[in-house]
Design a protein around this ligand. Sequence first.
Ligand SMILES: N[C@@H](CCC(=O)N[C@@H](CS)C(=O)NCC(=O)O)C(=O)O
Length: 230
Amino acid sequence: MAKYMLVSFKTCPWVQRSAIVFREKNTEFELRHIEPDNRPDWFLAISPHKKVPALTIDDKVSLFESNAINEYLDETITPRLHPADPVERAVNRAWTDYVPTFASIVTATAYADTETDYNKAVEQIPVPFERVEKALEKQGSGPFFNGAKYSLVDAAYAPFLQRYYFLDRVKKLGHIEKFPRLKAWMEALLARPSTHSFPPAEFEAMYRDGLKRRNKWVSRFIEPARAAAE
Ligand SMILES: N[C@@H](CCC(=O)N[C@@H](CS)C(=O)NCC(=O)O)C(=O)O
């Protein structure tokens, strides 16, 4: 079997998306954490945009961009997570293409400098939520995007639905309750062991620490780490 090393910052959602695919495929990989403020030369040499994730294969080949990495893993390791039907596969890819927009709107509250900007960011969240809710209605009965079978779409959205869940617990956002299919999808993904690179409470505490360090408006609502982990 090939030797895989996935280069990561501890709380990066894009890395998490690829780590999930490794776990769904029951494939061993090394999750190598580096510090954002101290990116080693060997990493800069394999990551053209200086971003994580980067994946090395057998210490020879390297890949970058979480979506490209996940497509590669799906082509080379069974079980296939993409649907067999080309139309369904295209629909899946189209919804995965929406992830960067979804992610930036759903996590924008974490980057707002003022209360006004925070409130504006909160107001935008129903827009992507509504779109994905409608997609889920078309797709079927859940619990996953394509129904019973887990797919790359699930792996792509899981880290960002988890970030919404965390932010909702820092300061109540209260949007997902209005989108029952999306809420059920989030809950199914949070309950899925593959979503988690760390024990969930430990990871939430790490996420809150990062949020606190970023020192944006919402940081003031973060309770001490110990309370978050309880
Ligand atoms: N489109 C990229 C996004 C990756 C990304 O934004 N990674 C962040 C960490 S979560 C990063 O490395 N940022 C460092 C930088 O922008 O310099 C992917 O899907 O892999």
